[in-house]
Design a protein. Structure first.
Length: 416
């Protein structure tokens, strides 16, 4: 509950995205006497919220166990595990519902507003900010940031204005786009290299040519030679491959992809529910029991027929081939294609709904109990400007809500 004994203070939040808005609202909510100013460099706030989830806004995920939830973050999971004990998806849902945004859970655990419209979330935030007296300044780009001798934060914007604040939260998403990485590094913080996360793979290969739009319910994908497999639905696109399995892989291996300039081999297991030996035994059984039937007849429910036929063609099996006459080399080749097919990646395509960056302010330099800088008092961080990111499914927004809330609580003076 807001405490009237909290000191009057001026608080600045830089960045009008999910984390910034939630940090600003949380500060004002928990300390009504604070003056909270939100600086947005563009003409609009909450742009990612607007387009996320295909315009439906995948708010969070129904994973309510902090330890399990933390496993969905390729970077920052260890730090977020503790933070989720302070603010997790259950808290997020309760906050939104109290603010008038009812939510629903889909079969895969993703959570959306019942309206299926991101505008509900934007209207909620803008309305809450107005109600709480948060000042939102548009087209205010930071050009200078320094801490004064008395510990205050002096913010200079490109329009030549200078303002002093007691507390300051950096929540500007990808720091490079606004040139904020230089300002933060100038203060002594380390910025881990910024590289894309959550992207589709460009793959030109005859095995998937002409199969655009075809989806496989479960596939395993890993980068070669020693990557850890990521499982999930896989979608074949006109440029290559996408879907949850690919997006997961791109998140976990974001740095490896960048190091290889998005030119490397991936291995695809189209039958992750089968062990290789089980496939060998299945083929042996078909040879014995259905020797005169055509190999092209569909064998695995998990595989779409067109993909099965394409893989057969790739190993030289003709439409007339029968199981009893299937050559050993063709059978071995088919088993390989099904369980360990190799595909050359040549570039990436950013998923339209997901544009996440791995990298940012080093997590070692931030206290996740308050989100305050360990190097400079009164400076806080929230959201994607930190070197943390989650896989697709509402996890990146949850990290924004969690870090934004914790920063807001600390800047409000709760617990001081």
């Amino acid at each position: 509950m807001p405490n009237s004994s909290h000191p009057q203070r001026r608080v600045a939040v830089v960045g009008g995205g999910a984390a910034g808005f939630f940090a600003a609202i949380s500060t004002a909510e928990l300390n009504p006497s604070a003056t909270v100013v939100l600086f947005e460099s563009g003409k609009k706030v909450l742009r990612k919220v607007k387009v996320s989830g295909g315009g439906r806004c995948n708010l969070t995920h129904s994973c309510f166990d902090p330890a399990e939830l933390a496993k969905r973050y390729p970077r920052g999971g260890r730090e977020l595990r503790g933070a989720f004990h302070h603010w997790q998806p259950r808290d997020t849902i309760e906050w939104f519902e109290a603010a008038g945004v009812e939510t629903k859970t889909e079969a895969d655990g993703r959570m959306f507003p019942v309206t299926d419209s991101s505008q509900s979330v934007i209207d909620c935030f803008v309305g809450q900010a107005r109600k709480l007296g948060v000042e939102v300044h548009f087209e205010r780009v930071l050009s200078g940031l320094e801490q004064t001798a008395d510990g205050k934060w002096l913010i200079e914007t490109r329009d030549g204005k200078k303002e002093a604040f007691d507390k300051m939260c950096m929540a500007a998403g990808s720091l490079k786009s606004a040139g904020l990485d230089t300002l933060i590094e100038g203060l002594g913080h380390r910025i881990e290299p910024l590289v894309p996360s959550l992207f589709a793979l460009n793959v030109k290969d005859p095995r998937i040519a002409g199969l655009s739009g075809l989806a496989v319910k479960e596939a395993g994908v890993r980068i070669l030679p020693k990557g850890k497999p990521q499982n999930g639905p896989l979608l074949i696109t006109h440029r290559g491959m996408s879907g949850p399995a690919i997006l997961k892989l791109s998140a976990w291996e974001a740095r490896a992809f960048a190091q290889h300039d998005y030119d490397l081999e991936v291995e695809i297991n189209w039958l992750p529910g089968w062990k290789r030996q089980q496939v060998v035994e299945k083929f042996g059984e078909l040879r014995r029991r259905k020797g005169d039937s055509l190999v092209k007849s569909k064998v695995f429910d998990e595989l779409p027929r067109r993909l099965w036929e394409s893989l057969l063609s790739a190993v030289g099996v003709t439409p007339e081939d029968q199981w009893a006459r299937l050559k050993k080399a063709s059978e071995d080749g088919l088993i390989n294609e099904l369980t360990a097919g190799r595909y050359q990646v040549k570039g990436k395509t950013t998923n339209k709904e997901e544009f996440v960056t791995c990298g940012g302010v080093s997590l070692k330099e931030v206290d996740f109990r308050t989100m305050e800088s360990k190097l400079l008092s009164g400076l806080y961080f929230a959201g994607e400007c930190l070197d943390l990111d989650g896989i697709t499914g509402g996890f990146n927004f949850q990290a924004a809500w969690t870090t934004g809330r914790i920063a807001g609580r600390a800047m409000a003076g709760v617990g001081e």
